[in-house]
Write a protein that binds this ligand. Structure first.
Ligand SMILES: [Zn+2]
Length: 265
């Protein structure tokens, strides 16, 4: 039963993932978010089976059916990650799924939206080396509002849902995690870290609570350090000066801290 439902949520995530791809692609461009998708190269409108997430990419061997232009691997990657987000969040909240449908729906919808937003921010940062202010603003607002509905500390077993007044420490969590990032930005004059990471950290702190957000940030630095080391070893022209998009690491760290309830301190 759990496996079947997990799979349904995974497939649902794949579908939302293909929508997220459109959002990432058309964000800050003149194009609207509606309308049928078309090949970027020959403008050929995609038929229904070319819109099936991941499967169509594998089936078409990553090329347009019409002009054989390579399709960006961003598509299946974002779709798969969204699928994983949807499936993992279901597994995390599976107890309330079977007990309290309304609490599950609200909790699930909230965290799925937050992590989808984080994915959009990460891919955008990876591609353009900038986090759009609008996205971190929306993320921050949602993170702050979440304080009043969800048990953000993650320290109690259940994700308690319902209107609540969070403790002062949870109000401060966003500011406390954003402060070191803002400090790095300030002392390095933006070379180590962009101010965008500090703005993103604000929302992360409110969403995860102090314990998990600091654990997530530490995990993000570990992963960043290991990958950075690999890049230094295999790519010679890689120095501290080249801008590293840090949002993907932060998002991954946050996701791991949330799913596995990391409380390192
Ligand atoms: Zn084409």
């Amino acid at each position: 039963m759990v496996i079947a439902v997990t799979l349904i949520f995974f497939v649902f995530g794949l579908i939302i993932g293909s929508f997220l791809n459109v959002v990432i692609l058309r964000l800050n461009t003149e194009k609207s978010f509606g309308g049928r998708s078309a090949c970027m190269s020959c403008r050929n409108k995609l038929s229904w089976y070319e819109l099936i997430p991941v499967v169509s990419f594998i089936f078409l061997r990553g090329r347009c059916k019409n002009c054989k232009t390579k399709i960006s691997s961003q598509y299946p990657i974002v779709e798969t990650i969204t699928g994983i987000i949807f499936a993992s969040l279901f597994l995390k909240f599976q107890d309330i799924f079977f007990l309290d449908t309304i609490a599950f729906s609200f909790t699930y919808a909230y965290y799925v939206a937050m992590f989808s937003l984080l994915l959009v921010i990460s891919v955008y940062d990876f591609k353009h080396k900038i986090i759009p202010d609008t996205l971190s603003f929306v993320f921050g607002i949602l993170g702050f509002l979440g304080l009043f509905f969800f048990n953000a500390s993650g320290l109690s077993m259940q994700a308690g849902f319902g209107p609540q007044l969070p403790p002062i420490s949870e109000f401060l969590s966003g500011l406390l995690i954003a402060a070191p990032f803002a400090f790095f930005w300030f002392v390095s004059k933006g070379t180590w870290m962009g101010l965008g990471d500090a703005k993103l950290a604000l929302g992360l702190g409110w969403m995860l609570g102090l314990s998990r957000v600091f654990s997530g940030a530490v995990v993000a630095f570990w992963i960043g350090a290991v990958l950075g080391l690999f890049l230094v070893l295999f790519k010679k022209n890689y120095g501290m000066k080249s801008e590293i998009p840090f949002a993907p690491y932060l998002a991954l760290g946050a996701f791991l801290a949330f799913i596995f309830e990391l409380h390192l301190f």
